[in-house]
Write a protein that binds this ligand. Sequence first.
Ligand code: A2P
Length: 352
Amino acid sequence: MSNGGSGRNVVVVGATGAVGQQFVQILEQRNFPTKRVRFLASARSVGKSVTFRGKEYPVEELTEKSFDGDEIALFSAGSGTSRKFAPIAAAAKCIVIDNSSCWRMDPDVPLVVPEVNPQDIFKARKGIIANPNCSTIQMVVALKPLHDAAKIKRIVVTTMQSVSGAGHYAMEELRLQTADLLAGKPAQPKIFPHQIAFNALPQIPQSNAFEANGYTSEEMKLLNETRKIMGDPSINVTMTCVRVPVFMAHSEAVNIETERKLSAADARALLAKAPGVVVVDDVARQQYPLATVAGGTDPVYVGRIREDFSIANGLNIWVVSDNLRKGAALNAIQIAEVLIKGKSGCGCGCGH
Ligand code: A2P
């Protein structure tokens, strides 16, 4: 893909999905420079349409011939689809920004959060750039300035993740179960293994979740992806991921232990000037980040910043962000924006 110049030929894969719909909205909201846009999904969606910049576009079926002339493909159609079609797109000289977990740990595929490691965007040796897991993205945006200042040794995190992270059918399941239970009818779990309405499920994802060590694959992503994005394999992470009956935005209780002491005031000051972060931390007025406020917005909100009095150098913070936006579609589009600006525009000071 050449740098500079005008709009790009952009294709969205999984355009009918929860993240796919966000791709469409955010491309429009950020005035992403496009020459041609196309919207792909499975054969099931042929006949549907997508409205982009006031114009109707037909949803086309994803096939092996889909990528002719495309320059940037935004994928969010599951790992199986990415495993098969991302290399096909890349072979057609179309850079893939993939929201699935399929390519994230491949050493030839950069795993990027633009506020943290924008320089890695230009190391896409397979023509594929991976978008990290939603809970990892918001956590590393908040932790990067603290890591730079005081070097994080260990992270203990509990996530409270919204149902939209499980896709558009999962959102429908929460709606239906809530209505059924309020009407005195039993909940009927289909996507989730148990009732999600009025409940908290310590299992993400909803199928094939548990690994031999007893952790879920979502939990292990928080360790492996954090190390890769931060470029620091010495950071230790221990975690519990919980699905909660919230439609949009993930909340995280994050505890860190640092090599050097950071006071709560130091951390607040660092976070206040960190890119992509908004500090909401006024407990006297009961002000702290909330999923209901974060949903539909771009920032990573951080609050409840306080020292951990149980260890010498520790902090507790509360981190909330919209998982479909910063946790998925927005982060991918920010990667595309850095890509089209070129190396000099990556803002990392790396001087490529
Ligand atoms: P479709 O709506 O036609 O099934 P979500 O994560 O919200 O469930 O959305 C998944 C997205 O990925 C949808 O747009 C879905 O399209 C698309 N998708 C799923 N499987 C395939 C496939 N095999 N080929 C193309 N698109 C797919």
